[in-house]
Design a protein around this ligand. Structure first.
Ligand SMILES: [Zn+2]
Ligand SMILES: [Zn+2]
Length: 94
């Protein structure tokens, strides 16, 4: 199968982007039948947003009190493994 670079319009930002041969080959390999609707930048952004959504809720074992807890806050990396209660205690209200 031969692939040709295609110029497509991103449905997200409206910019034109090139869907190149290697990407088409990748899509074909994955069995995707349709061309991408978004440019690389918008797809990367979407991916990040999805990741952020998933990252919003996760179960952790608190390293301070040992309780299992679902954290829904965007905590700093070194505070990811403490529960919300301990997080509040640790950060005095300003
Ligand atoms: Zn775009
Ligand atoms: Zn805790």
């Amino acid at each position: 199968m031969q692939f040709q670079d295609q110029t497509l319009e991103c449905q997200e930002c409206g910019n034109e982007f090139v869907w190149d041969k290697s990407e088409q080959a990748y899509f074909a390999k994955k069995g995707f039948k349709e061309a991408p609707r978004r440019c690389r930048a918008c797809r990367a952004k979407k991916k990040q947003e999805q990741k952020a959504e998933e990252a919003k809720e996760k179960e952790i074992t608190c390293k301070i009190c040992g309780k299992k807890s679902i954290i829904t806050q965007d905590l700093a990396p070194d505070e990811e493994t403490i529960c919300f209660d301990c997080y509040i205690k640790k950060s005095p209200a300003a």
